[in-house]
Design a binder for this molecule. Sequence first.
Ligand code: FAD
Length: 409
Amino acid sequence: MASHDAGPRGSDPFAETDDQTALRALARDVAERDLAPHARHWDETEEFPEGSWDALRKAELFGITIAERYGGMGMGDVEAAIVLEELARADVSSAILAQLIYNGPPRAIQHLGSDAMRERWLPLAASGEALFCIGISESEAGSAVTQMRARLTPDGDGYRLQGYKNYVTGGHKARCCLVWCRFPGSEGARGIGAVLVDLESEGVTVAGTHVKMGLRGTSEAELAFDDVYVGPEDVLLAGDSTNSSAFKTLISHINHERCGNAAMCLGAAQGSLEYALGYMNDRVIGGRPIAELQGLQWKVADMATQLEGARLLLARALRLAGPDGTPPPLETAMAKTAANLAAKFVCDEAIQLLGGYGYSREYPVERAYRDIRGLCIGAGTVEIQRNFIGSQLVHGATPVGASWRNPLG
Ligand SMILES: Cc1cc2nc3c(=O)[nH]c(=O)nc-3n(C[C@H](O)[C@H](O)[C@H](O)COP(=O)(O)OP(=O)(O)OC[C@H]3O[C@@H](n4cnc5c(N)ncnc54)[C@H](O)[C@@H]3O)c2cc1C
């Protein structure tokens, strides 16, 4: 890939640079050649997509957001979204492997971690030698994250971790987990911080995996931490029981993951729309392709309009992050909501356009629907995004670049 950046072209404010276009082409090539042919297999068997992992590794696609000094390419959220969109267009289960590296713990380590932590973990992430996972949710603390019980108690210079995390994507295969937990004295949001746990440590158990509707290649694990030693060097962000600033930093960092989630929704929906368009032109009923039926053309119009609307919102959130920043919360929440809902609508309509075949597991659109359904829940549900957007607006916020004025602002 050329290092020369030609800058935006034409009058499209979101036009890709030459490097970004080349990256998209590379990701599409890998997705179509190495992911798409096996996507159904991973789904049917619920096997971890080892072949996809190997393909992404071989194409050196794991390192794109990791700094060059740790073996990566030092790119940002825009490039991460480009690759995630292309991979999810073929298979969302496989795209999630890249999402965990781009927008999961390695990104947090890069932005918030110590040099020693970066030296230890980032080369493993960039090269695809190790998978990373994130343990936030617990059975009684999903949306209500500040109800979490995972807790550290002091032990010499370090701590002991006691906790049970559920729905940890890739937790049964990962080497390292970023665990959100309470530091001594913590209550509510105060004192919540995060530590890195080597999953080969004594006291860590994979208690099980969830049996799911979609995203069946990448299981979500239940991880038990029973008195696991956490050294001072493994503290990513210490919680201070007198305030919630560490918790707020962690929450804002989730905006990377939310943008990646939105990008995967756009990719899966794009793949389904393209598939439906091809099918409509091939499927002949009463002597003419169903693509000629205006009632179905209206469906296509609504699908494409929702998809493109969400794409523009995501483009704004991503570009506001800048090359090394974090996507802003309001614009990210809007982008995730729009992409989740657009994907749900588009994939559902794609099934409808294929008729009975759309409902068959032999065609890819029903898998895309089942896959994106999980993305509407992960990384903060649609309802939680709406809570945040609504509460911001009624208290005077406006999205960046909006020409309307909030009378409270
Ligand atoms: C595919 C997938 C992958 C995931 N990966 C991870 C992961 O890697 N790591 C991790 O830690 N977690 C992960 N999760 C867990 C995910 O973050 C939680 O499922 C999510 O936050 C919702 O929590 P919950 O399941 O406890 O639902 P609940 O919080 O119990 O919510 C139930 C319903 O009530 C709604 N609701 C809750 N509170 C409110 C409110 N205040 N206002 C309006 N509606 C509300 C929710 O939107 C939802 O519809 C994953 C989940 C899925 C589905």
